[in-house]
Design a protein. Structure first.
Ligand code: PEP
Ligand code: MG
Length: 312
């Protein structure tokens, strides 16, 4: 089975009954793009990697070079560049932040970017330059409200003006859905995005009030909790027919969860480089009607253990 999966890694992933599901690679370093062989796109580029372990922020030219190299490594496939996602829990020496009692509930993701307009402006400028030559998505992290998306979109428009070559044709805009309220308000965001990408790592931590990475509550922070699944379903409901729904959190890389996610309305899974082939193969085993039944049954489960039992 594993052999079959890797033999077919470069083929598109299509369900038994003909629904195409994109399988992307999550990129956290320049090397990941080449490691994600067979991926249809880079569905999440964690641009933080270009900002860590340095004395100052990379300038526009440096960022452009890094994103261009990634786009070239992906050889014409789309890259989804997530704007800088740092905050209280992931401090940068050159970005002094006031101490926060609850950094995960504080100034992180898009909240931080909007308080550092020059940092965001530089990054968006680099992204727009590359988007003139390659298919590029820009994605904003940790969005909670439509006002944040509007402000981020204004910053993007300003970057387009600053680069001065018009709006890049293939440039698409999306948000990460990782705050429960954003999932519930998906319909309010939908008119202003091309895609939603659900970050199940943070969405799980916020839904269950259980910090990711805290071993003492790891059993509670389970992405298969029916409460988390309900928020994925709500996102897909709010997205309607015109907005693509992706999952780029770790749940997307669980081959046993593929049918469930597809049944909930997800049409793109972005995963760690090592999981691309197996997730594509899992998609090929799905038929949509069965997947929808599975999703309905999972939503009716009392807990994650019951969902897991259903998936086996
Ligand atoms: C997530 O939260 O699920 C996600 C993909 O983003 P990160 O893990 O980088 O916070
Ligand atoms: Mg996240």
């Amino acid at each position: 089975r594993r052999h079959e999966a890797s033999r077919r890694a470069h083929e598109p992933a299509v369900t038994r009954d003909g629904t195409a599901v994109l399988v992307g690679v999550n990129v956290g370093s320049a090397a990941d793009a080449t490691a994600g062989l067979g991926a249809d796109l880079a569905g999440l580029v964690r641009t933080e990697f270009g900002f860590l372990d340095r004395a100052d922020a990379p300038d526009v030219d440096e960022q452009e070079a890094a994103y261009r190299a990634l786009a070239e490594a992906m050889g014409g496939r789309r890259i989804t560049l997530r704007t800088l996602d740092v905050g209280g829990d992931k401090p940068l020496d050159y970005l002094p932040m006031p101490a926060e009692a609850n950094p995960f509930l504080g100034v992180r993701g898009i909240r931080l970017a909007l308080t550092r307009p020059q940092l965001l402006a530089d990054q968006l400028r680099a992204i727009v330059r590359v988007a003139h030559d390659h298919p590029v998505d820009v994605m904003f992290p940790m969005v909670a409200g439509v006002d944040e998306l509007a402000a981020a979109r204004r910053a993007l428009d300003d970057a387009v003006d600053a680069v001065g070559r018009g709006r890049p044709e293939g440039l698409r805009v999306g948000i990460m859905v990782e705050v429960p309220a954003a999932a519930l308000k998906a319909a309010a965001f939908a008119p202003d995005v091309d895609f939603f990408s659900i970050g199940t790592n943070d969405l799980t931590q916020y839904t269950l009030a259980a910090e990711r990475g805290n071993d003492a509550v790891a059993g509670i922070a389970d992405a298969l909790d029916p409460g988390v699944l309900a928020l994925i379903a709500a996102t897909a409901d709010g997205a309607g027919d015109d907005v693509l729904v992706a999952v780029c959190g770790e749940l997307a890389g669980d081959e046993h969860a593929a049918a469930l996610l597809i049944g909930l309305g997800v049409r793109e899974l972005s995963v760690a480089p090592g999981s691309v082939a197996t997730v594509k193969q899992a998609v090929r085993d799905v038929d949509l009607a069965t997947a929808r039944d599975l999703a309905a049954a999972a939503l009716a489960c009392p807990d994650a253990a019951a969902v897991r039992a259903l998936l086996r």
